[in-house]
Design a protein around this ligand. Structure first.
Ligand code: SAM
Length: 271
């Protein structure tokens, strides 16, 4: 078997390091995990894969419903926490370190393939979706939650991308994650391999004592933002400008000590 080098190896190494501070955010991604598991109609006895599972919030929710669950993520630190979470919940989940673009499972292994705010960070959407559909059984369900480009989190990732140094000349840039939040793009990416495409919208709600509290927490826990902030430590003007732009975006979704982040859920059946 010949293996070709992954042109995004460095990018993925940076992602792995960046996302390792995500553990405290699990408290926020726990409620929408139940919404995704319900939307995907997970039931007891099914084989489920949670792609980019992080600390295992969706995987463990599915396991609590009686499913036989595997969870895969790039970031070992988050998998450590996922294993602790599964032990506390009293469920068995097979957590594995791996890449959404190279899933270590045979074809047609799972009844449901899920991803909550996860597969959207793989740099090559066509490869990630091909892998997710490959490991899904015919008649199985692919379901994911993503951040739409027109709402806060999508706009934040666009702001981060605008402020990052461009990739070296001649290299393919990673796809913009929030494009996975656009129904037209999703329809095109899933293509003719699926039927019964359905969308639903919901909102993730986060307590925040002030906009500054919210920004401080995001700077510490959202890997790509943490990296950008660190890279601007010697450029106070640019850092100030970035924070002002963050606050302007967040001001629109901050009310009565809560931040409200709209997201999109997608579900389809593999033909
Ligand atoms: C926003 S977090 C979401 C985590 C979890 N699904 C949740 O809802 O709490 C994004 C996750 O994507 C993972 N990730 C990023 N790129 C990945 C890739 N290429 N393959 C697998 N996981 C990846 C990160 O390690 C991180 O756990």
């Amino acid at each position: 078997m010949t293996t070709t080098a992954d042109p995004f190896e460095k990018f993925k190494a940076a992602q792995r390091e960046g996302w390792s501070s995500f553990v405290p955010v699990e408290i926020m991604t726990t409620p929408p995990a139940a919404k995704l598991v319900k939307f995907a109609a997970v039931s007891g006895g099914q084989r489920i894969l949670d792609v980019a599972c992080g600390t295992g919030v969706a995987a463990i929710t599915a396991a609590r419903a009686g499913a036989n669950v595997s969870g895969l993520d790039l970031t070992p630190k988050l998998l450590e926490r996922a294993r602790e979470n599964a032990a506390v919940a009293g469920v068995n989940v097979d957590f594995v370190e791996g890449d959404a673009e190279a899933l270590p499972y045979p074809d047609r292994s799972f009844d449901v393939v899920l991803s909550q705010y996860g597969h959207m960070f793989a740099p090559r959407p066509a490869i990630a979706v091909k892998e997710m559909l490959r490991v899904l059984k015919p008649g199985g369900t692919i379901a994911f939650s993503t951040w739409p480009p027109e709402h806060f989190t999508g706009l934040l990732f666009a702001l981060i991308a605008r402020n990052m140094p461009p990739p070296p000349a001649g290299t393919e840039p990673p796809a913009a994650p929030p494009l996975w939040g656009d129904p037209n793009v999703i329809r095109e990416r899933l293509g003719t391999a699926i039927k019964d495409l359905k969308f639903a919208r919901d909102t993730l709600v986060i307590p925040a004592l002030s906009l500054a509290h919210f920004r401080a927490a995001q700077e510490k826990t959202i890997g790509p933002l943490t990296k950008l902030i660190a890279s601007l430590q010697h450029d106070p003007d640019k850092l100030k400008q970035l924070r002002a732009e963050f606050d302007a975006l967040a001001a629109d979704i901050f009310e009565e000590n809560t931040i409200r982040m709209p997201f999109l859920m997608t579900r389809a059946t593999k033909i």
